[in-house]
Design a protein around this ligand. Structure first.
Ligand code: 8YV
Length: 320
């Protein structure tokens, strides 16, 4: 029998075609608001799996309409809009794709670190506009080698950042809920203490309510006027008003940001500052990684329907 799958998020064409060959698809992603109730009424009793992304809201109200659901295969690493506690309570498994994107996201973190500290964007403009010829040498910038990198959240992505920082001559410390077994990096149980120790602070925590505003005004002050903040996690993790104030007043040296509170139109007070380097939430945005993320989503679906262990589970659910 062909399994039924609810598609709440569109995957790239190749993976959509693959899914259409294997499963009967119920296209919530294509439904208009007026089509949704009828589609959910017919899909709910038969769909044991769904494809989502972190941008799709999966709450108790939606889950009430999906009584057969046992798996949500999320095509992104983040799952901020998904009520994980509610899913776990109902015995529904969630998978994500952080394992597929960690290299590109960690590369982006390092790219932003170097670009922010060496002022790559301003340097590029200096050459293009002829300012170099007119005004002479570009002002001196800040080194990275020999400095201290603090990593907030030492999960898959945090560890990939640490692995890259080591050969660049950076000393590594981290903050997380508890000390990570098998990690030799310096552990801080206090975030402001890590920020005070670090020259560069990388944010690599999940988003959502638990981490909202974690990077607060005191943390930014502790990082200090020579410090660099790099965020490849979620905009919500940073108190953005405090970040703008700290950058503007020189209490924080620079920031490299891939994520913002208001995407895709971040606060102009932030984007106008000269000491921020901006990237449009595109850390995983390579052809290779986007294909790997979509494929991993499909592989989790296939494992589920084959009765095999899920490849990248987020919660611990026994699917019998
Ligand atoms: C992209 C991300 O925003 O995986 C995540 O959590 O933030 C990014 O990879 C997204 O998945 C693109 O659709």
């Amino acid at each position: 029998m062909t399994p039924d799958v609810l598609v709440a998020h569109t995957l790239p064409p190749e993976q959509m075609q693959d899914m259409a060959r294997r499963y009967r698809l119920h296209r919530l992603d294509l439904a208009t608001p007026s089509d949704r109730p009828a589609l959910l009424a017919s899909a709910g009793p038969v769909c044991t799996a769904m494809v989502v992304s972190g941008h799709v809201t999966v709450d108790a109200k939606l889950l009430d309409q999906l009584p057969a659901l046992r798996l949500a295969a999320c095509s992104s690493a983040g799952y901020d809009q998904i009520d994980l506690a509610e899913m776990t309570r109902r015995g529904i498994a969630l998978t994500n794709t952080s394992a597929a994107l960690l290299d590109d996201v960690a590369d982006t973190a390092l790219m932003l670190m170097l670009a922010a500290r060496r002022r790559l964007v301003a340097g590029d403009a200096y050459v293009r506009t002829g300012a170099w010829g007119r005004d002479g040498m570009f002002p001196l910038t800040s080194a990275t080698s020999g400095k201290r990198a603090g990593i907030v959240g030492l999960g898959h992505i945090g560890q990939a950042i640490a692995r890259r920082c080591l050969p660049m001559g950076l000393e590594i410390g981290y903050f997380s809920r508890s000390r990570k077994a098998g990690m030799d990096y310096r552990f801080f149980d206090d975030l402001a203490a890590l920020a005070g120790w670090a020259d560069i602070l990388f944010i690599a925590t999940p988003g959502g309510a638990d981490t909202a505003g974690l990077i607060s005004a005191p943390v930014l002050r502790a990082l200090g006027p020579d410090g660099t903040l790099i965020n490849i996690a979620r905009g919500t993790v940073v108190d953005e008003a405090a970040l703008i104030a700290a950058l503007r007043q020189g209490q924080l040296g620079a920031a490299g940001l891939d994520v913002f509170l208001n995407e895709p139109t971040p606060d102009p007070a932030l984007t106008a500052l000269p000491n921020v380097t901006l990237y449009p939430h595109h850390a995983s945005g390579t052809v290779e990684t986007r294909a790997r993320m979509a494929q991993l989503t499909l592989d989790n679906l296939a494992a589920f329907f084959a009765g095999k262990p899920l490849l990248t589970p987020v919660n611990k659910i026994i699917l019998t």
